[in-house]
Design a protein around this ligand. Structure first.
Ligand SMILES: [Zn+2]
Ligand SMILES: [Zn+2]
Ligand SMILES: [Zn+2]
Length: 244
């Protein structure tokens, strides 16, 4: 997911404010990431390893996954490591997207939980690299008759769910508008499905962050929100199936 290091030296921190990584009192200028409330001192931003999931400098307590990723304590707390749990969350997410938006599949899609090198290898076979500065968190792939959503293991639960929703939208596009070439429309729609899934889960603040935080697909998501205002929810799906 997107992260951005924004210096916020305009706001003077209160004396009680401490760096979320080292716990020291914050100096006059500090950093926040991606619109989240945690604040970090410049030293931690410059020197600490970053969490592979959220991009934040990790605290003294952190985890190293077998594929080399470093995970911060707060991402670790909800991380999806077990295939059985992943499968259950995948099914719940798909059921939610179907209930909310009616995106059903005729053929369906298989699910696999994989590590970072495996996902990267699969992505490289498929061609296009992810947008600059982004890690691949999930992937929809069709090989012959086999359709599969691959998900990175160890993602925080909410990231896992929005990534599943995004990739499931691509699976739906594979059936309903396989010839759609407009990349902004394809990715914007997948982000829009993830955005609505967050709202469906009641995570309205996280959904709002998708609209305001710098991210390669933010503009594409904005285009879809505009379409929704014009056409309504079902109208967006109809629009997609008729677009090129
Ligand atoms: Zn610090
Ligand atoms: Zn993290
Ligand atoms: Zn996508």
């Amino acid at each position: 997911m997107a992260t951005s290091d924004l210096p916020r030296d305009a706001a003077r921190p209160r004396s009680t404010d401490r760096c979320a990584a080292c716990g020291d009192p914050l100096p006059g200028s500090y950093y926040t990431l991606g619109g989240r409330p945690e604040r970090y001192c410049p030293h931690c931003i410059a020197t600490r390893p970053r969490c592979a999931s959220c991009g934040a400098p990790v605290g003294d307590q952190h985890w190293r996954l077998h594929d080399g990723r470093v995970q911060c304590a707060s991402c670790h707390a909800t991380a999806v490591y077990e295939p059985d749990l992943a499968r259950a969350l995948f099914d719940e997410t798909v059921a939610g997207v179907v209930a909310q938006l009616g995106l059903t599949l005729n053929v369906g899609v298989a699910f696999r939980l994989v590590d970072a090198p495996t996902l990267e290898g699969l992505r490289a076979e498929g061609g296009a690299p992810p947008p600059a500065g982004q890690n691949t968190l999930g992937l929809y792939q069709r090989r012959g008759h086999l359709r599969t959503i691959y998900m990175l293991y160890g993602l925080p639960r909410l990231t896992f769910r929005i990534t599943v929703a995004h990739e499931y939208a691509h699976a739906w596009q594979g059936e309903r508008c396989p010839l759609l070439r407009d990349d902004e429309l394809r990715e914007g729609f997948a982000e829009w499905v993830a955005y609505h899934h967050l709202r469906w889960l009641g995570c309205t603040r996280a959904a709002e962050r998708m609209l305001t935080t710098d991210h390669p697909y933010r503009q594409a998501l904005g285009r879809l929100i505009g379409l929704e205002r014009q056409l309504g929810l079902p109208g967006v799906m109809t629009y997609l199936t008729r677009a090129e």
